[in-house]
Design a protein around this ligand. Sequence first.
Ligand code: SF4
Ligand code: SF4
Length: 87
Amino acid sequence: MKRRFKVVFNREKCKGCELCINFCPKGILALDPEVNAKGYHPAGIIDQEKCIGCASCATMCPDYCISIYQLEDGEEYDTSESQAGQM
Ligand code: SF4
Ligand code: SF4
């Protein structure tokens, strides 16, 4: 079975520098149109299903805002904390 990953962002720590977005080989990260408490547009993931778990995003983030988890077989995505562009 294909391995699946969940990417979780700490949106309140994120400063919207876009490094993770620029280094994601799948192009599935984007800034949220809404700002966080610090006034930055935080990064989030658009399409969890396409994530290959390469961890480039987490490696590039200077503020350690990104965590990546491998999902168990049949486990569902909980995107409530990480989805970009959900207003
Ligand atoms: S783990 Fe890799 S593919 Fe998944 S969101 Fe991060 S950079 Fe993109
Ligand atoms: S690299 Fe880190 S601080 Fe920069 S936009 Fe991505 S999550 Fe936010």
